[in-house]
Design a protein. Structure first.
Length: 157
């Protein structure tokens, strides 16, 4: 759980989601750059988003990544703040690996995107579960004045 110093969050408690956020922003920039390169290669001028099937796959891979990115960031940060930064950081890396696999697969052939998509969805579900557990724990502490660990220890003795 986060340590509070006069209402402030300690940087040590959020360094992992900061790193994951920076890494994922870089990954998103690289996806956008690949769309730009595909535009040049297949001679598709902005704002067009259709044309050669090879370009369309690269463009759709990037757009699909953009569509999930706000969900990823919200899940990463809420789970890191409400639960702990460790599991969300690991799931964030898994998400990024899934996105890279998805982008690479989709760019080659639409049917190659599913393995990366499944990995991405599993990472997002894990982040959502972490956020949910953290939120339930927060509510439990507010209602009882005890942490779940303290409560479980007291009923087992």
């Amino acid at each position: 759980m986060l340590k509070m110093i006069e209402g402030a969050i300690c940087i040590e408690d959020i360094i992992a989601p900061c790193v994951i956020t920076s890494m994922s922003a870089y990954q998103m920039a690289m996806f956008a750059r690949k769309v730009g390169k595909a535009r040049s290669k297949y001679k598709i001028s902005p704002p067009a988003t259709d044309g050669d099937a090879n370009f369309v796959r690269v463009f759709r891979a990037q757009q699909n990544s953009c569509e999930l990115y706000p969900i990823f960031l919200a899940s990463l940060w809420s789970s890191s703040l409400l639960l702990h930064q460790g599991p969300p950081a690991a799931l964030g890396l898994l998400y990024m690996l899934g996105r890279a696999k998805y982008f690479r697969g989709y760019s080659e052939a639409a049917e190659k995107r599913m393995a990366g998509f499944k990995l991405t969805v599993n990472a997002l579900q894990g982040l959502q579960m972490c956020a949910g557990v953290g939120l339930l724990h927060f509510v439990f502490v507010k209602l009882t004045g005890n942490t779940l660990l303290t409560y479980m220890s007291s009923i087992m003795l």
